[in-house]
Design a protein around this ligand. Structure first.
Ligand SMILES: NC(=O)c1ccc[n+]([C@@H]2O[C@H](COP(=O)([O-])OP(=O)(O)OC[C@H]3O[C@@H](n4cnc5c(N)ncnc54)[C@H](OP(=O)(O)O)[C@@H]3O)[C@@H](O)[C@H]2O)c1
Length: 283
């Protein structure tokens, strides 16, 4: 059995479609804010692998609630890793492009130095470091701009705006690869099985959709595919009111995942599927 932290999140829901025998723990069953609960959950269930999709994901909220972000994003994954090491099972953990400072224009390699600009990124980086400090077999998978037909994300935010307005301001100098949750879930499953068979593949990896695009470019494609006639007014991130400082260049070099025969998915095709699913849900 595989134990998954997270149940109703975007990635956990997609994992749930394809891992019927996995055990999914929501925040009520195991609160990452109390990291000892993660230890107990792993020891009590004795899984053959652990996937952590759960975290404190509110970037602006983390600036005000640093201690909770640190407990959930730094201490909890480190506790999971120590317990996995004790049981000799692998941990697959989701991290974020927010660990980088976003300078330059080149895609970030997994080995590039991390310099987070915000509390959320700092907490995720400490989580990564806690995992590496244990001797646990692990894959840390950094990703960007996840979207799915369920949960809250940029796609649904834009669709809602498209129903009520004729113009929207969207940042044009933040660049990343939007990532369909379904493709990411497939990748996590493949990586988990590979680590069970071959622990030498422990390490840090990047997985994001292709092609890289600005947030405003992403918004335009959402409106185009949804048939919504909205004017996208492109603005620099410096003019967008955010409590957290965000990195601009979030391009991730995903080549290392080729060793798992995984390729970057085309997010435009993933978007088409998600829009079809949302249509089906409405009808
Ligand atoms: N979303 C993005 O654009 C994005 C970008 C880069 C990286 N990531 C990373 O990808 C991972 C998954 O993202 P996602 O979009 O699937 O996240 P999501 O939809 O926001 O889901 C978050 C998950 O965290 C769980 N959770 C929240 N508070 C908890 C608590 N106190 N105790 C235990 N679990 C708690 C939720 O549990 P319930 O099942 O109870 O709801 C939910 O399953 C995260 O590590 C995130 O940092 C996300």
């Amino acid at each position: 059995m595989i134990l998954v932290f997270g149940q109703s999140g975007q990635v956990a829901t997609e994992l749930g479609r394809h891992l019927p025998d996995a055990l999914f723990l929501d925040g009520a069953a195991c609160d990452l804010g109390t990291p000892t609960e993660c230890i107990d959950a792993i020891l009590q269930t004795r899984p053959r692998a652990v996937i952590n999709t759960a975290d404190y994901s509110n970037l602006n909220g983390a600036e005000q609630n640093e201690s909770m972000a640190m407990r959930m994003n730094a201490e909890a994954p480190a506790a999971m890793a120590r317990t996995c090491e004790e049981l000799h099972i692998p941990l697959v953990h989701l991290s974020s492009d927010q660990v980088f400072d976003g300078k330059g224009t080149a895609p970030h390699l997994p080995s590039d130095p991390a310099h987070p600009l915000n509390v959320f990124g700092h907490s995720k980086l400490l989580g990564e470091q806690g995992i590496r400090a244990s001797a646990c077999v692990h894959a840390i998978v950094r990703t960007s701009w996840i979207f799915a037909s369920h949960g809250d994300d940029f796609v649904k935010e834009m669709l809602q705006i498209g129903r009520t307005r004729t113009m929207v301001n969207v940042v044009s100098d933040q660049i990343a690869g939007p990532t369909p949750a379904r493709d990411l879930a497939y990748a996590l499953m493949a990586i988990t099985e590979a680590l069970v068979v071959d622990p030498t593949r422990t390490g840090t990896y990047h997985f994001a959709g292709t092609p890289d695009v600005s947030l405003s470019g992403f918004a335009k494609e959402i409106f185009r595919q949804a048939g919504q006639d909205i004017m996208v007014n492109e603005i620099p991130a410096s003019l967008f009111p955010m409590r957290a400082r965000l990195p601009l260049n979030c391009r991730l070099d995903c080549q290392s995942l080729r060793s798992f025969t995984l390729q970057r998915p085309d997010w435009r095709a993933g978007l088409t599927t998600v829009l079809q699913e949302l249509d089906a849900l409405r009808s």
